[in-house]
Every structure is written in C-alpha cells, then in structure tokens.
Design a protein around this ligand. Structure first.
Ligand SMILES: [Fe+2]
Length: 347
C-alpha cells in the first residue's frame, strides 16, 4: 500500500493547462488520508475529467504525484524542485541546527581531551576542590541531547546552557548526579534528563524559606525550624506546579523524594525500601555528600574524600546518612580509591 512518503503534492497551476501528461495523477483525500489514482500516464484529461478534478479540489482534495515520477514531472512541466514546496527539504528547527553544531563540538572536545574517565576525574576534582572539568564535560555532553524527545529533555538542555557554566555548589550536584547515574548504567537521555532537572530543581523550595535558616547548619536548627526546613521538598514541587513547569512525573518524584531513605527514616513520605525510586536515591546521595562536606549539616567543612571514607566505613558522625540502598551506596563509596587516601592520611 502506498503511503504519504510515496507522493509529493502539487497545485492545480502546476499542470500548466495541459491535458496529457507522461506521469500519473493521484488525488489525496484529506478526510480518509488516502491516495487514489485519478489519471493514468499519457491519457487525456478530458473536459469531464477536468470538471471532476476541480470538484475534488474544491472539496479539499489535493493533486499528488508519485515521487518515483518526480524527474519526469519536473522535466515535462519545466519546474525546478525548489519551485514545488512539497519537494523542498524540511527546514531544520534552530534548536536542531544548534544540536548538530553541539555534536561537532563534542567530537572536537573528545579529540582534544581524550576519553573522559569519571572516576579518576572525580578523584582529581576532590583532591583539588575544583569541579570545573566535571561540570564542563557534563555540559558538553548534555547539550547534545535531542530537543524533540521530551519536555524534560528540552528543559535539561536549557538549564544546562544557562546555568551549568561555572563551578558552584548546585552545579557540582547536577554534574556529579548526571555522571554518577551514567556509571550506574543509566544511559537513556529521557532518564538522564529527569535526573538533571531533578538535581537542578530539588532545592528551589529554599527560595520560600528564611535566609538565616538556610545559613544555619541543619543540626543547629531547633525542632520547629527543622520541620520547616524539611518542607523544602514539598515547596519545590509546589513551585513547579504553580509555575506550570512541564516536567515528567519521575522528575517530580526525584524532587519530592530526594530525602527519602531506604530504612523509612526520610521525609516527607517516610517511604521505605523499593518504594523509593533509584533516581531519587542518586540525587539524594550526591546532594547529601556535598551538603555534608560543605558543613551545611553539622557546621564543619570536611574534604569530600574523607566524607566518602566515613560513609564507606559507616563511621557514625552526627548528620551523616548511609541509608541509600546497597547498589547506590556501593557505587558511591567505590568512586574513589579509599585505600590510597588512607595511605596518604597515615603518611
Ligand atoms: Fe534537599
């Protein structure tokens, strides 16, 4: 059966008043979306047929020609294909053109920098307290995602282009969550975009809380303030809802659930075990790592590597959490070579 891909559409004027053609004429019926033979090649377009053709065109029908007869049509009717709108190549959207350019830039980036090994780059970033390379690599990669797949991907690309441009606290969480998810074999751009947007938006609810509270280490907050602080997940989701931000349901779950913990000790839903999605745990563990290391939880800054060692050894420290599930937890604590670090500390 012939489909729309087998035809191109012409206007009545393109027949140039002739009444015999070396190509076939078809009629496209827009109601039934079907193409029917109207006039065979080298058969006369009689007055009766011409009136019938006009009647069909008047009712919304379109004259169609088989693409395999394109050359015959253009030669016989003396047209260049640029004069037939349906033969013109589809103009690429500006964002698609930009993506093609970004794919080329990524190729050049890889050629110049070689294979990007997240684990060793993460170690270097921790050692130097400089995450520029991690953030830059994440940006170069994310902006090559296709813009036509989902709203969340488009938003992930937009947020990456506008915000993932320098080494700061939020960008460390976004880039590390993204690259960490890839080490857990999450490679689908739709899924990765959920993680990127989830990491970007999980804390927009902070904008609704008093600044003095946000500057106080979590463990120093009173019970009432702490309860208010814990509302940031719901506040983030509320802002997304009222702002009518079109993101996937899974991305919303990441935002609401990034403080849920496997043991049921998290918030806001005290979810337990498998009821917490892996993606929420990924953003949760990465955010917790950076929050703890920066002193936002207990008030004292600590190198990221030593936080990971404490997590690996399950060394209890007030505010340090371990409850992210074995898979995610083990992936994080093996991100750095902890034996080497211990040797360094011992020396
Ligand atoms: Fe949070």
């Amino acid at each position: 059966m012939k489909t729309e891909y087998d035809f191109f559409i012409i206007e009545r004027d393109h027949l140039k008043g002739k009444n015999i053609f070396p190509f076939q004429l078809y009629i496209f019926n827009p109601i039934h979306k079907k193409y029917s033979m109207f006039l065979n090649g080298n058969r006369p377009l009689t007055k009766e047929l011409e009136s019938f053709l006009d009647f069909l065109l008047d009712k919304g029908g379109k004259i169609a020609i088989l693409k395999k007869q394109r050359r015959t049509f253009l030669t016989e009717q003396s047209f260049h294909e640029s004069e037939i709108p349906s033969l013109k190549a589809r103009e690429l959207h500006e964002l698609e053109k930009e993506r093609i350019m970004n794919l080329k830039l990524k190729e050049m980036y890889d050629e110049k920098n070689g294979v990007f090994a997240f684990q060793s780059e993460f170690e270097k970033a921790c050692d130097t307290d400089n995450f520029e390379k991690i953030i830059e690599y994440a940006r170069v990669e994310i902006i090559t995602f296709s813009v036509t797949q989902s709203h969340t991907i488009s938003l992930a690309i937009h947020l990456t282009k506008t915000h993932l441009t320098s080494d700061n606290f939020l960008n460390r969480i976004v880039a590390t969550s993204y690259l960490f998810a890839k080490t857990a074999n999450i490679l689908d751009p739709v899924a990765l975009a959920d993680i990127i947007c989830g990491a970007f938006l999980s804390h927009i609810g902070f904008s609704q809380l008093p600044l003095t509270m946000l500057k106080t280490p979590l463990l120093s907050l009173g019970d009432k303030e702490r309860k208010l602080f814990e509302k940031h997940t719901i506040l983030s989701n509320h802002l997304i809802k009222t702002g009518q931000l079109d993101i996937s349901e899974r991305c919303k779950k990441i935002i609401i659930d990034h403080h849920e913990r496997i043991s049921g000790s998290g918030y806001p839903g005290m979810k337990y075990g498998d009821s917490i999605e892996t993606f929420s745990l990924i953003v949760g563990i990465v955010a917790h790592l950076f929050e703890f290391s920066s002193g936002k939880i207990n008030g004292s800054k600590q190198p990221i590597k030593s936080v990971i060692i404490s997590m690996k050894n399950k060394t209890f420290s007030p505010g340090l959490e371990f409850d992210f599930g074995d898979k995610i937890y083990n992936s994080l604590v093996t991100l750095i070579n902890t034996d080497k670090v211990k040797e360094k500390i011992a020396a």
